[in-house]
Design a protein around this ligand. Structure first.
Ligand code: EPZ
Length: 429
């Protein structure tokens, strides 16, 4: 299994191009199931999760073409996918595939909306918490689906099609909102989604669905209204930049010191994270090219942060912020409010010399002057990148094991960091 070796202590200087957002690309690819015409997605990141979803969609009969490079294309541009679900040949999403990537459960809604039936494996447990799907099923039931659980599978039917309804989420759920949207666009009549997630990835999905002919208002607010249409057409859509990737590199620069342009990053997608970085002592500015983050040698200031749905501080940056605060001058508190078990990185950061203790859903981080390199184990995507950030600032060598977690969500991580001066390399095998 691949590992990543980092020799810490070098500042980061230069430019890091920000890729298309994984968490936008996945639902956008799934939305291709809603139309028999071709959906062309640009700026799709080259990630293990995207490749796995291509396989999952392929199993439903979806053809995906990746056109070759065009004159003038940069060396590392995101890929363009031409996705065609002209005929859905299989409405089952099997356990072997869904258990490897939870987001693939979201095929439930477009399959139901388009062909009136779906058989999708329950996703099972996950390193960051129990992560139930009850609210996704509630949304589909509200839209008129009949749902049974048989042999670990959700078997859903809507023989007479879905019909518009009021869907009130008792808690904010990104997957629930994606699901409700994809079900509602082809439902008969009006759907109102209350307490909807406001994440930029929801807005991006709604924008793409609108180009496909859907009638959606209010995406990006807690109340989304969808007027169902009878069919959707193909469209061309560019995936928005990855705010979590950008936030991760911003934290890396704050950690090591230096000066980096996060090319293509959009401040409006990540204001809460930028505010925390400024509070911690980083300098942040934005221009047309992206976001520039720098920090001179000064100490980092401690912060008190609680994760929250957008526009709050994202849970997907919690682990990275904890790595950063491991070297702050004083005591920081980070409270995780979204997932109940998203602290798997704590013990690994402690192996690098961090002083962190847990009190319920809050981590108290007493900053130390120096971290020291060590072998560490990645447990999930964001946890593993927090170990990379810590390793970049730790004295000596850090080896991050189980790198396949990183490959799920960070495109060319080692190359992007190495280009800015980090001593980081992948060790194969
Ligand atoms: C999405 O997961 C993201 N995944 C996650 O990113 C992200 O951490 C999360 O949203 C929160 O922002 C993708 O976009 C592919 P939720 P999702 O439904 O949709 C509970 C990463 O690292 N809940 O918003 O699964 C749930 O347990 C990943 O890229 C229910 O109780 O998250 C959690 O406590 C990790 N019942 C809360 O809601 C349900 O039916 C929010 O989860 C659904 C969710």
């Amino acid at each position: 299994m691949d590992r990543i070796r980092i020799t810490g202590g070098r500042p980061l200087t230069g430019t890091i191009p920000i890729s298309g957002a994984k968490n936008a690309a996945l639902p956008l690819m799934i939305a291709s199931l809603l139309t028999e015409e071709t959906l062309t997605l640009e700026n799709v990141p080259r990630l293990a999760d995207v490749a796995l979803l291509q396989r999952i969609l392929g199993n439903h009969g979806v053809d995906i073409t990746v056109p070759g490079k065009r004159p003038g294309d940069g060396q590392y541009q995101g890929q363009t996918l031409q996705i065609s679900a002209a005929r859905i040949v299989d409405t089952t999403a099997p356990y072997e595939l869904v258990s490897r990537m939870r987001a693939s459960f979201w095929v439930l809604a477009p399959l139901l909306a388009r062909v009136g039936e779906a058989r999708v494996s329950m996703p099972g447990g996950c390193a960051i918490g129990t992560r139930p799907v009850d609210l996704l099923l509630m949304a589909m039931e509200r839209l008129g689906a009949e749902i049974d659980i048989e042999g670990g599978y959700v078997v859903a039917r809507a023989p007479r099609g879905l019909r518009g309804a009021e869907i009130v989420f008792p808690k904010v759920t990104v997957g629930g909102t994606h699901t409700a949207l994809m079900g509602a666009v082809l439902a008969r009549g009006t759907t109102v989604i209350e307490n909807a997630a406001q994440e930029p990835e929801i807005v991006d999905l709604a924008a793409c669905l609108t180009k496909m002919g859907a009638r959606i208002t209010g995406a990006g607010t807690p109340r989304i209204v969808v007027e169902g249409v009878t069919r959707l057409s193909g469209a061309r859509h560019t995936v928005l930049p990855d705010r979590i990737e950008a936030g991760t590199y911003a934290m890396a620069v704050a950690m090591t010191g230096g000066d980096v342009l996060l090319e293509g990053a959009r401040p409006d997608l990540m204001q809460a994270a930028l505010d925390v970085l400024v509070q911690a002592g980083a300098e942040v500015s934005a221009n047309n090219a992206g976001i520039r983050v720098s920090r001179n040698g000064a100490w980092l200031e401690p912060v008190t942060v609680a994760t929250a749905p957008f526009p709050g501080f994202p849970t997907d940056l919690q682990a990275q912020l904890m790595a950063l605060m491991a070297r702050a001058k004083g005591s920081s508190r980070i409270t995780e409010t979204i997932f109940e078990n998203r602290f798997m990185h704590v013990q690994e950061l402690v192996r690098l010399g961090a002083h962190i203790r847990l009190e319920g859903d809050t981590a108290i981080i007493d900053g130390v002057e120096r971290l020291k390199g060590a072998p560490v184990m990645a447990t999930d995507l964001r946890a593993s990148v927090s170990l990379v950030i810590a390793g970049l600032a730790a004295e000596g060598e850090t080896v991050v094991h189980r790198v396949y977690h990183l490959d799920r969500g960070f495109e060319r991580l080692e190359q992007k960091l190495a280009a800015c001066g980090a001593a980081i390399e992948r060790l194969s095998g």
